[in-house]
Design a protein around this ligand. Structure first.
Ligand code: GDP
Length: 448
């Protein structure tokens, strides 16, 4: 049986218990299931109150139901929504009833979106945007994801792909007509200028990015420094600030390994290397392992010290990551001045008191500035994932090859264009070379 012959259902709202829970069904049996539960099929796309019953018998819940007949639905299939009271018992009753229906099964993760994609409702970049939007923690992440979901990159990629296919069609038509000879210049010249224009456009998108795709993962800042410098105290200060979203990995009951900050929309994860320690607790081990992995990829090191020494910061610096020297405990009498040379080894110097909080706002301001420079202008960022960047780079490379190949032979140039179109096809999640043929037949009416 084709998997799509099966109708899927899932709890689409959050954790139970909740005021309202939404159960979504998608597939050809969504309508019959809804009719069975609600007693009738409501008017499409209209919220309708209904008493859900077990096969016309005992009432399960007083609900609001929605009916979206395909293909004008989120997945492109028939979709039903049950807005029920969000108790475990109600959901259990609804699920157990749905499970008894033929060709009905619980949905796999992401299966609704997958069906939407397979039915051509959304392209892959939009699916990625949807995923990002659901997981967005900060405002900037949300805006970027929404842009993606609206299909900004997808629309561009589709238009580029069409133009590449047209250029390939121009060249291939020339090859077909030329019979052994060269493709006439009046066919090659427009194709070539079109490719050059496209390449410039794609290159602009690739370079004008900053590191927008990193906005999903956020910026990683590591706090390092000698024992007792005040690293844990600083971490706990940060965790207590309003800007902290969560502090998921607690090392000991007192210490936080990782704090996630929302710095004016920029997601910033701060990791305390002192919290990275050997432990027998498997849950803690996992947290430590993750923190260690992330610390190894730090984008910035805060070297905490009681004085102006940044000697060991040199070691961190070798990795090419910027190091800021944070002189802590300024509430205490200053220790003896150290050699000024060591201060110079840091990119920036701050003075704080992790205990009193003095100097912390300046440090946070500087972090916001750093994050802003790091992510670049994310408002205009079209690329949000490594996958997208790689495929766009492949596209650009193939276009460059194609331009270079023009002198070597039209077939080679056309072949490179096909590779470029393929990369964009993969970006969108659809790959079919048939398109090249379609364009040839449609646009040129070759008549053979
Ligand atoms: P870590 O080993 O780097 O994590 O250092 P801790 O955060 O455990 O701090 C070591 C000691 O220094 C603790 O007794 C803290 O209370 C103290 N401490 C940390 N920051 C400050 C500060 O800004 N001022 C003062 N006076 N003491 C601090």
């Amino acid at each position: 049986m084709h998997p799509h012959d099966q109708t899927i259902f899932a709890l689409s709202s959050g954790r139970l218990p909740s005021a309202i829970a939404i159960v979504r069904l998608s597939g050809s049996h969504a309508g019959s299931a809804l009719r069975l539960l609600a007693g009738r099929l409501p008017v499409p796309r209209t919220a309708t109150r209904a008493l859900l019953r077990e096969g016309g018998g005992e009432a399960i819940d007083d609900a609001v139901v929605l009916w979206f007949p395909g293909p004008a639905s989120a997945t492109g299939e028939d979709v039903a929504e049950l807005h029920v009271h969000g108790s475990r018992a109600v959901i259990a009753a609804v699920f157990s009833l749905l499970s008894t229906m033929p060709q009905m099964r619980p949905a796999e993760p992401g299966e609704f979106t997958r069906r939407a994609f397979e039915n051509g409702k959304i392209d892959l970049t939009e699916a990625e945007g949807l995923d990002d939007l659901i997981h967005a923690d900060t405002d900037r992440q949300r805006r970027q994801a929404l842009q993606q979901l609206k299909g900004l990159l997808g629309d561009k990629a589709r238009s580029w792909r069409e133009q590449i296919i047209e250029a390939a069609a121009l060249i291939e038509a020339g090859i077909d007509f030329a019979d052994e000879g060269d493709v006439p210049a009046e066919l090659m010249a427009p194709a070539l200028s079109r490719i050059e224009r496209l390449l410039a456009e794609i290159e602009t998108v690739l370079t004008a990015q900053g590191r927008a795709e990193r906005l999903r993962d956020g910026l990683t800042v590591v706090i390092a420094g000698p024992p007792n410098a005040g690293k844990s105290t600083l971490m706990n200060q940060l965790a207590r600030r309003e800007v902290a979203i969560v502090s998921p990995h607690a090392g000991t009951t007192r210490d936080v390994i990782e704090v996630q900050l929302d710095l004016q929309g920029y997601p910033v994860t701060v990791i305390d290397t002192a919290g990275i320690r050997e432990t027998d607790d498997p849950v803690e081990q996992e947290g430590v392992r993750r923190a260690r992995d992330r610390a190894a990829q730090a984008d910035l090191v805060l070297w905490l010290s009681e004085d102006d020494r940044a000697d060991r910061a040199e070691a961190e610096r070798r990795t090419g990551v910027p190091v800021w020297l944070i002189r802590n405990k300024i509430d205490l009498p200053a220790p003896q001045a150290r050699a000024a040379a060591s201060v110079q080894s840091a990119d920036r110097v701050f003075a704080i008191s992790a205990r009193t909080g003095a100097g912390l706002s300046e440090l946070l301001e500087a972090l916001i500035g750093f994050a802003g420079d790091f992510f670049g202008s994310t408002e205009s960022g079209l690329i949000t994932r490594e996958r997208q960047r790689t495929l766009l780079e492949e596209t650009a490379a193939a276009l460059r090859q194609s331009i270079a190949a023009v002198d070597l032979g039209e077939e080679l140039a056309a072949e490179e264009l096909r590779i470029a179109a393929l990369a964009l096809g993969r970006l969108l999640g659809r790959v079919d070379i048939e398109d090249v043929l379609d364009v040839i037949f449609r646009e040129f009416c070759i008549g053979k």
